[in-house]
Structures are given as C-alpha cells and as structure tokens.
Write a protein that binds this ligand. Structure first.
Ligand code: HEC
Length: 121
C-alpha cells in the first residue's frame, strides 16, 4: 500500500516537474515586450504611451512616452535603468517584478511608441 502510494506520488512529482520545465522553457523565449507593457505600464503611461488626464492629475510628472524627442534622449539601456532603479517616488523600480530580459523587451517596446509623424517638420 505504502509502496503504491509512493509510486503514485512519484508520478505526480514527475508531472509537476514536467510542467515546471515547460514553463521555464517558455520563459526562456524572448519575452513579449508589448504584452508586458500593457500589463505593467499601461495603467500609468497609457496603452499607446500617452497618459490619461486622470493619471496626469495623480502624477503630474508622468512622461508621455510616445514622444520621439523624449525617446531620442533615452536609449533602450537607459529605459532599462529606469525600470531597474525607478525614477523618483512615483515610478517604482520593476527589478522585483520583471527579469532582465523582460525589462529589455519592455524597453525595446517603449522605443517603438514614438509616432513617426512627429519626425515631420
Ligand atoms: C504607478 C504609475 C507608473 C507605472 C505603473 C509605470 N510608470 Fe513609468 N513613470 C511614472 C512616473 C510618475 C514617471 C515620472 C517620474 C519622474 O520623472 O519623477 C515615470 C517615468 C517613466 C520614464 C521616464 C524616466 C525619465 O528618464 O524621465 C520611463 C522610460 C518610464 N516611466 C517607463 C515605464 C515603463 C516601461 C513601465 C512599465 C514597466 C512604467 N514606466 C510603469 C509612473 C509609472
């Protein structure tokens, strides 16, 4: 009886391990920066990088990320640095929520937010 239970438990353990490995393999793929942005940044910075008036009244210093002049000054690495360390009291660090790869993916996505039309004279 005990031996059978042990075997059964072994099976469950193997199944859990398989699922965990599967998840780890999935996580090892390039993270989806756009999805991560919608999940972690949208609430404050807006779906397209333009914050809502309501958010601006809460956080007056909130940046419009969809601004090519602003983004031109920020490299992908410096965006990652903002995510890693935070910026002021309101923009909290994401180091405990996002992996280095995820921060890089979000930063790359942020760089795509600038509307190309603002390049026009
Ligand atoms: C709780 C609201 C909030 C969330 C969530 C948030 N931010 Fe911010 N973010 C801010 C505020 C407020 C500022 C302005 C901080 C300041 O300049 O004092 C800011 C500033 C920034 C800046 C500009 C920093 C600079 O150099 O001036 C970047 C880039 C940025 N956020 C990216 C992100 C990304 C990417 C995410 C998602 C991973 C995110 N933010 C999530 C509130 C938020």
């Amino acid at each position: 009886m005990n031996a059978r239970l042990g075997k059964w438990q072994g099976c469950v353990f193997a199944a859990i391990l398989a699922v965990t490995w599967g998840a780890a393999a999935a996580a090892a793929q390039v993270p989806d920066g756009a999805a991560l942005y919608q999940q972690h940044c949208r609430a404050c910075h807006g779906a397209k990088g333009v914050p809502s008036q309501r958010m601006l009244s809460l956080y007056p210093k909130l940046k419009t990320l969809a601004d090519s002049a602003f983004l031109a000054k920020l490299s992908t690495d410096s965006i990652v640095a903002v995510l890693r360390h935070g910026e002021s009291r309101d923009m909290k660090p994401f180091a405990d929520k996002l992996s280095a790869e995820e921060m890089a993916a979000v930063a790359k996505f942020v760089k795509t937010l600038a509307p190309s039309s603002t390049h026009a004279p």
